[in-house]
Write a protein that binds this ligand. Structure first.
Ligand code: WT7
Length: 639
């Protein structure tokens, strides 16, 4: 056996052994892992797959409910252990401790609310909520009755919600009236009402009253969470789900204007998130684990909710932001709850590192054992700052590389087991077979030499997304057509002579700003909708805190319209269509965009201009209009 009763691999020798076995005989390996969980009926076939179709099935014939693994299973052994500790935005408001037993009852009761309101297995439910325990209750209640949740990050605009609701034809929307994020009051219900003008599939809206602010309600459609609870019992028999039944949809941006609804399933996702949570973070029985992400992103789905709860851990949920009431907040939370594992993003680390170090020194961070990073490449400086000042040199940093599409962590050290190396995600987890691909689409085999290429994966792992909702062709084209028989990640990577991976960044039209994955196409589409604009191109450029920031090159219908006011209008337009996170920081009006003879915008050149690296523009001979390059450079915004 390579792992203990908690599935944890405890030595590097055992990691090597487990890894080898997971590649040589994946069925046997994942059978052993899956046997640790609660199944209503055992699976018949561990894995069948064909990346050409593409089709992946794990634990076929197996029956389970993921919430029984996250809740019921712990009722006998640890009913009174905190499942969730919730820290509110306002430090003067009381925090909440919710035990496994209490969470179980809340989920059962809300599952009955869903049923009372006509939600059935297979129906889609959109959730648009702040970081409060009820968000977790709502998602688990969906999972309990087999409804498919589609969570939309509470920073998205009404248009973004509407397009996601319509894509999945959600029957219900669950939201809150209003909440505070830092000092900002956010009127969620108003944003929803705007979205609901264009969402014919929605029959019911359940509104959680987070604040006492007045809440506009529409007769017959809108219902208060608490009123509905009064009508619901708190016992609920979990729906029997097939391992391959969809559990949730989560949208991620892509290379066209339309977001992709990645579909994750019940069985494989449970096994993948729980196994990786246990191994990457190595939690012990009384640990207090905190992931500072938002549940609206995959990190929150997998490593605030499903992975930790399936492992019986205590997971901390924080409603606020690192800067409110001041930059002490994260360190206060770590001290207050004696956090043992702290999982955050490079952009947060960089923002915190810019603050006076006294903020950190004022707090006792000695409970910390493991630090984690996710979302984008972590730069050397941020890595060392995190290691020296927060971990005091004693806490392994797990730099976890993965994606919305992968569902679970793919490449990462196992805390205390794998030797870390600054800026390296290091080695693949058991069951993950990465491949580096060269420019000709050939795999660069590992031969104890360093190499660089595009990152692909050669075989399926349990938590891989199975399709794009309603568009399997797009799933195939995006992930399985770049290389034959391989999943393409969209990332480039460097591999050192010991086989450690460092992810160097996206090679497609996705820019990661403050850890948020933003497709450039949807932002360009939003800008182009403005009546004064003919065309635009968005690229990312290096930014000290955000990692990357957005630079828009914009062609006007009429050059005389160029003004600061119009730039503000453009930003507003983007905030309206997508959300404030997608607003371009720099906007340059240009007479033309550099294009190839076939009419494709040469983003490579725009990226160089935005990064102020114009001394090496590379080959521009294939440009239709090479004289434009100099004109753009002359007026580039470089501060
Ligand atoms: C993209 C996926 C999955 C967590 C949140 C982001 C980048 C993610 C790392 C890392 C370097 C990373 C990649 C990836 N990324 N983690 N540790 N080191 N890059 O999920 O929004 O689907 O974005 O984030 O470019 O492809 P996502």
């Amino acid at each position: 056996m390579n792992f203990d009763e908690n599935l944890q691999i405890k030595s590097f020798a055992n990691y090597k052994k487990a890894y080898r076995e997971s590649v040589e005989n994946p069925e046997k390996f994942w059978d052993d892992v899956a046997n640790h969980f609660l199944w209503k009926e055992k699976w018949k076939n561990t894995l069948s797959w064909d990346f050409k179709k593409p089709e992946v099935k794990w634990f076929e014939g197996g029956k389970l409910n993921i919430t029984e693994n996250c809740l019921d299973r712990h009722l006998e052994t640890q009913p009174n252990k905190d499942a969730i500790i919730w820290e509110p935005n306002d430090p003067n408001e009381e925090s909440r401790h919710i035990t496994y037993k209490q969470l179980y009852l809340k989920v059962c009761q809300f599952a009955n609310v869903l049923k009372n309101n006509g939600i059935e297995k297979g129906d889609r439910v959109c959730i648009y909520m702040p970081m409060i325990p009820e968000l977790t209750v709502a998602m688990l209640a969906c999972a309990r009755i087999g409804a498919i949740h589609s969570i939309v990050f509470a920073g998205f605009s009404s248009e973004a919600i509407a397009s996601r609701i319509n894509d999945a034809e959600c029957k219900m929307l669950i939201t809150a009236n209003n909440y505070y994020r830092g000092r900002k009051s956010i009127e969620l219900k108003d944003i929803c009402d705007e979205a609901l003008k264009n969402t014919p599939s929605i029959e019911t809206v359940i509104v959680y009253r987070r604040t006492v602010n007045p809440t506009p309600m529409k007769e017959g459609r809108d219902k208060f969470w608490f009123d509905e609870l009064q009508k619901a019992y708190n016992d609920n028999e979990a729906e029997v789900m097939d391992a391959e039944d969809p559990l949730f949809i989560l949208y991620t941006s892509g290379s066209t204007g339309k977001p992709k609804g990645m579909v994750h399933t019940s069985g494989g996702y449970l096994i993948g998130t729980a196994f990786t949570f246990q191994n990457v973070f190595q939690p012990k029985k009384d640990d207090i684990y905190w992931c500072s992400a938002d549940i609206g992103w995959i990190t929150g789905h997998s490593y605030i909710v499903y992975g930790p709860l399936a492992s019986g851990a205590t997971t901390v949920m924080f409603e606020g932001v690192p800067s409110y009431p001041d930059y002490n907040r994260f360190w206060e939370i770590i001290e207050k709850y004696k956090i043992t594992q702290f999982y955050t993003a490079p952009t947060a680390i960089r923002a915190l590192a810019k603050q006076p170090i006294a903020h950190v020194e004022k707090h006792d961070l000695s409970s910390l054992k493991v630090l984690g990073s996710v979302g984008e490449p972590i730069n050397e400086e941020a890595w060392h700052w995190f290691n020296d000042n927060i971990g005091k040199g004693n806490c392994p940093i797990v730099d976890t590389w993965w994606q919305t599409e992968t569902g679970s962590i793919m490449i990462s050290p196992l805390a205390g087991v794998t030797a870390t190396r600054p800026t390296f995600a290091t080695l693949p987890l058991p069951g993950v077979q990465p491949a580096l691909m060269d420019e000709n689409g050939k795999e660069i085999e590992f031969n104890n030499q360093q190499a660089e290429g595009r990152l692909a994966i050669k075989a399926p792992w349990p938590a891989i997304a199975r399709t794009v909702w309603g568009d399997h062709e797009r799933y195939k084209n995006t992930y399985f057509s770049a290389y034959e028989n391989k999943y393409f990640t969209g990332d480039a990577a460097y591999r050192d002579a010991s086989g450690n991976y460092r992810i160097t960044g996206r090679v497609d039209d996705v820019v990661i700003v403050s850890g948020h994955n933003l497709g450039t196409a949807p932002i360009e589409n939003a800008i182009n909708e403005h009546e004064k604009i003919a065309e635009s191109a968005i690229v990312g450029y290096p930014h000290e805190v955000k990692g990357k920031s957005l630079y828009a090159f914009v062609i006007l219908n009429n050059d005389e319209d160029a003004s600061e006011k119009l730039k503000e209008e453009i930003r507003k337009q983007v905030a309206k269509v997508i959300g404030a996170i997608a607003k371009p920081e720099k906007i340059q009006f240009v007479p033309e965009l550099p294009k190839t003879r076939s009419g494709k915008i040469m983003r490579r050149i725009l990226r160089k201009i935005a990064a102020n690296q114009t001394e090496d523009l590379g080959d521009i001979s294939t440009l239709e209009n090479d004289d434009i390059v100099k004109k753009i450079i002359d007026k580039a915004i470089l501060d």
